[in-house]
Ligand binder design. Structure first.
Ligand code: NI
Length: 178
């Protein structure tokens, strides 16, 4: 188990289409997921996608009970989601602030589907199928965007709502750099 380097915006490896996971329940997959959780927790992240540590697989993790980077966010169950497919439950979208461990120090206002269905598999190949909304839905969309080479600034519509976290949210933990 180890904390891995998180790639930052500008690295072309963040712009790739990720490949499906084809083998489940392997030691390599388990070790990768443990490294991802170590890396996410070390950075106080709400989620992390495998491409962010340079692994071009359709694998994301997310979830927390409380998060210093998003102190108002409700808990999201700790989840390993592989080969995900997202389907919106309506046309409704919501705007809210997002950050990204690959875009440190910045936040932007991003429109996302308000409610969605997602499915995929866990690390053992067991199916996952959930209907979610709110912050949970936002986190899933943000992380799964990484699997298509999309970073949240590419989704910002109003660039007057894009700026430095320390300026926009000075009350947030000063040790949080992202
Ligand atoms: Ni991100």
């Amino acid at each position: 188990m180890s904390v891995r380097e998180i790639l930052k915006m500008g690295d072309p490896r963040l712009l790739r289409q990720a490949e499906p996971v084809t083998r489940f329940g392997t030691r390599d997959l388990q070790a990768l997921i443990e490294d991802m959780f170590d890396t996410m927790h070390a950075a106080s992240g709400a989620g992390l996608a495998a491409p962010q540590i340079g692994v071009n697989l359709q694998l994301v993790i997310f979830g927390f009970k409380a998060n210093t980077r998003y102190p108002d966010a409700p808990p999201v169950p700790e989840t390993v989601l592989i080969n995900p497919v997202l389907t919106p439950l309506s046309d409704e979208t919501s705007d809210d602030w997002e950050g990204c461990l690959s875009v440190p120090g910045l936040r932007g206002m991003v429109p996302r589907w308000t409610a969605l269905h997602y499915e995929g598999a866990d690390q053992h190949g067991n199916p996952i199928s959930r209907d979610v909304d709110g912050f949970h839905a936002r986190v899933v969309q943000h992380e799964c965007d990484h699997l298509a080479g999309i970073l949240y600034p590419m989704r910002i519509k109003d660039f007057s709502k894009f700026g430095y976290t320390a300026i926009l949210f000075p009350e947030l933990d000063a040790n949080s750099d992202d």
